[in-house]
Design a binder for this molecule. Structure first.
Ligand code: HEC
Length: 139
Protein backbone atom coordinates (compact mmCIF):
# COMPACT_ATOMS: atom_id res chain seq x y z
CA UNK A 1 0.00 0.00 0.00
CA UNK A 2 2.84 2.36 0.93
CA UNK A 3 4.48 1.78 -2.40
CA UNK A 4 1.31 2.50 -4.32
CA UNK A 5 0.94 5.80 -2.46
CA UNK A 6 4.50 6.71 -3.33
CA UNK A 7 3.97 5.96 -7.01
CA UNK A 8 0.73 7.93 -6.97
CA UNK A 9 2.50 10.89 -5.41
CA UNK A 10 5.24 10.77 -8.04
CA UNK A 11 2.69 10.54 -10.84
CA UNK A 12 0.75 13.46 -9.40
CA UNK A 13 3.91 15.57 -9.29
CA UNK A 14 4.79 14.63 -12.83
CA UNK A 15 1.35 15.51 -14.14
CA UNK A 16 1.41 18.88 -12.37
CA UNK A 17 4.71 19.61 -14.08
CA UNK A 18 3.34 18.40 -17.38
CA UNK A 19 0.35 20.71 -16.97
CA UNK A 20 2.71 23.66 -16.83
CA UNK A 21 4.84 22.49 -19.71
CA UNK A 22 1.84 21.80 -21.90
CA UNK A 23 1.15 25.53 -21.95
CA UNK A 24 4.15 25.82 -24.20
CA UNK A 25 6.28 27.61 -21.64
CA UNK A 26 9.77 26.16 -21.63
CA UNK A 27 10.62 27.32 -18.13
CA UNK A 28 7.40 28.37 -16.44
CA UNK A 29 7.44 31.16 -13.90
CA UNK A 30 4.96 30.84 -11.03
CA UNK A 31 2.71 33.54 -12.47
CA UNK A 32 2.31 31.53 -15.67
CA UNK A 33 1.17 28.42 -13.82
CA UNK A 34 -2.52 27.98 -13.22
CA UNK A 35 -3.59 27.56 -10.46
CA UNK A 36 -1.08 30.07 -9.22
CA UNK A 37 1.91 28.43 -7.58
CA UNK A 38 1.21 25.03 -9.11
CA UNK A 39 4.68 24.91 -10.63
CA UNK A 40 7.99 24.92 -8.83
CA UNK A 41 7.41 27.40 -6.02
CA UNK A 42 10.98 27.12 -4.75
CA UNK A 43 12.23 29.04 -7.79
CA UNK A 44 12.61 32.74 -6.91
CA UNK A 45 9.85 34.77 -8.54
CA UNK A 46 12.21 37.56 -9.44
CA UNK A 47 15.89 38.15 -9.99
CA UNK A 48 17.05 41.48 -8.70
CA UNK A 49 19.60 43.67 -10.47
CA UNK A 50 22.89 44.68 -8.91
CA UNK A 51 22.54 48.34 -7.91
CA UNK A 52 25.26 50.77 -6.71
CA UNK A 53 24.40 50.20 -3.02
CA UNK A 54 25.13 46.50 -3.44
CA UNK A 55 28.82 47.35 -3.79
CA UNK A 56 28.93 49.27 -0.51
CA UNK A 57 29.25 47.78 2.96
CA UNK A 58 26.08 48.57 4.86
CA UNK A 59 26.19 49.12 8.60
CA UNK A 60 23.18 47.42 10.24
CA UNK A 61 23.22 49.65 13.34
CA UNK A 62 22.86 52.70 11.07
CA UNK A 63 20.10 51.04 9.10
CA UNK A 64 17.78 50.28 11.99
CA UNK A 65 16.56 53.87 12.62
CA UNK A 66 16.33 54.37 8.85
CA UNK A 67 14.12 51.30 8.63
CA UNK A 68 11.84 52.46 11.43
CA UNK A 69 11.49 55.90 9.80
CA UNK A 70 11.12 54.85 6.16
CA UNK A 71 9.90 51.27 5.96
CA UNK A 72 8.07 50.21 9.11
CA UNK A 73 4.75 51.76 8.12
CA UNK A 74 4.51 49.22 5.31
CA UNK A 75 6.56 46.26 6.55
CA UNK A 76 6.49 44.01 9.57
CA UNK A 77 9.92 43.38 11.05
CA UNK A 78 10.08 42.02 14.59
CA UNK A 79 13.55 43.36 15.40
CA UNK A 80 12.44 46.90 14.51
CA UNK A 81 9.12 46.51 16.30
CA UNK A 82 7.16 47.45 13.16
CA UNK A 83 3.93 45.88 12.00
CA UNK A 84 3.11 47.46 8.62
CA UNK A 85 1.08 45.23 6.35
CA UNK A 86 1.20 47.01 2.97
CA UNK A 87 4.28 45.09 1.79
CA UNK A 88 5.50 41.59 2.59
CA UNK A 89 6.40 40.57 6.14
CA UNK A 90 10.19 40.71 6.05
CA UNK A 91 10.60 38.22 8.92
CA UNK A 92 8.96 35.67 6.66
CA UNK A 93 10.47 36.79 3.35
CA UNK A 94 14.09 36.95 4.60
CA UNK A 95 15.34 38.77 1.50
CA UNK A 96 19.03 38.77 0.62
CA UNK A 97 21.29 41.83 0.28
CA UNK A 98 20.96 41.99 -3.48
CA UNK A 99 17.15 41.92 -3.26
CA UNK A 100 16.86 44.63 -0.60
CA UNK A 101 19.37 47.04 -2.16
CA UNK A 102 17.61 46.68 -5.53
CA UNK A 103 14.08 46.94 -4.12
CA UNK A 104 14.88 50.02 -2.02
CA UNK A 105 16.76 51.71 -4.88
CA UNK A 106 14.17 51.05 -7.58
CA UNK A 107 10.94 50.52 -5.67
CA UNK A 108 8.22 48.17 -6.85
CA UNK A 109 4.76 48.52 -8.29
CA UNK A 110 3.47 49.89 -4.98
CA UNK A 111 6.64 50.50 -2.98
CA UNK A 112 8.32 53.85 -3.67
CA UNK A 113 11.90 54.10 -4.95
CA UNK A 114 14.29 55.57 -2.40
CA UNK A 115 17.13 56.48 -4.75
CA UNK A 116 16.22 60.17 -4.47
CA UNK A 117 15.48 60.25 -0.75
CA UNK A 118 18.22 58.01 0.70
CA UNK A 119 21.92 58.17 -0.18
CA UNK A 120 23.54 55.09 -1.66
CA UNK A 121 25.25 54.47 1.70
CA UNK A 122 21.94 54.73 3.56
CA UNK A 123 20.34 52.26 1.15
CA UNK A 124 23.24 49.90 1.89
CA UNK A 125 22.78 50.48 5.64
CA UNK A 126 19.04 49.78 5.64
CA UNK A 127 19.56 46.71 3.45
CA UNK A 128 22.30 45.37 5.73
CA UNK A 129 19.96 45.89 8.66
CA UNK A 130 17.04 44.02 7.05
CA UNK A 131 19.27 41.10 6.04
CA UNK A 132 20.94 40.69 9.43
CA UNK A 133 17.73 41.32 11.42
CA UNK A 134 16.10 38.42 9.58
CA UNK A 135 18.98 36.02 10.13
CA UNK A 136 20.71 36.41 6.78
CA UNK A 137 24.36 37.05 6.12
CA UNK A 138 25.96 39.87 4.17
CA UNK A 139 27.94 39.28 0.97
C1 HEC B 1 4.31 52.53 0.90
C2 HEC B 1 4.66 51.24 1.46
C3 HEC B 1 6.07 50.76 1.44
C4 HEC B 1 7.20 51.38 1.95
C5 HEC B 1 7.29 52.75 2.61
C6 HEC B 1 8.27 50.43 1.79
N1 HEC B 1 7.83 49.31 1.18
FE1 HEC B 1 8.94 47.67 0.73
N2 HEC B 1 7.37 46.86 -0.26
C7 HEC B 1 6.11 47.40 -0.31
C8 HEC B 1 5.29 46.59 -1.21
C9 HEC B 1 3.83 46.82 -1.53
C10 HEC B 1 6.11 45.56 -1.68
C11 HEC B 1 5.75 44.44 -2.69
C12 HEC B 1 6.31 44.81 -4.06
C13 HEC B 1 5.60 46.00 -4.66
O1 HEC B 1 4.54 45.82 -5.21
O2 HEC B 1 6.09 47.12 -4.56
C14 HEC B 1 7.41 45.74 -1.04
C15 HEC B 1 8.48 44.88 -1.19
C16 HEC B 1 9.64 44.96 -0.47
C17 HEC B 1 10.68 43.96 -0.44
C18 HEC B 1 10.59 42.62 -1.13
C19 HEC B 1 11.41 42.44 -2.35
C20 HEC B 1 11.22 41.00 -2.81
O3 HEC B 1 12.04 40.15 -2.44
O4 HEC B 1 10.23 40.73 -3.51
C21 HEC B 1 11.66 44.41 0.38
C22 HEC B 1 12.95 43.70 0.71
C23 HEC B 1 11.25 45.71 0.84
N3 HEC B 1 10.03 46.01 0.32
C24 HEC B 1 11.99 46.49 1.71
C25 HEC B 1 11.67 47.79 2.06
C26 HEC B 1 12.55 48.69 2.78
C27 HEC B 1 13.90 48.31 3.33
C28 HEC B 1 11.88 49.87 2.89
C29 HEC B 1 12.38 51.17 3.46
C30 HEC B 1 13.58 51.75 2.89
C31 HEC B 1 10.56 49.70 2.26
N4 HEC B 1 10.49 48.44 1.78
C32 HEC B 1 9.57 50.68 2.20
C33 HEC B 1 5.66 48.54 0.33
C34 HEC B 1 6.49 49.46 0.93
Amino acid sequence: VRRTALIAAVLLGASALAACQSRGVASPTPSQCIPKGSCDVTTPTQTFPIVPAFHLTGIPAHGKPLFIANCGSCHTLADAGTSGAVGPNLDQLKPDYQAVTAQVTNGGSVMPAFNHTLSTQKIADVAAYVVTATGGSLP
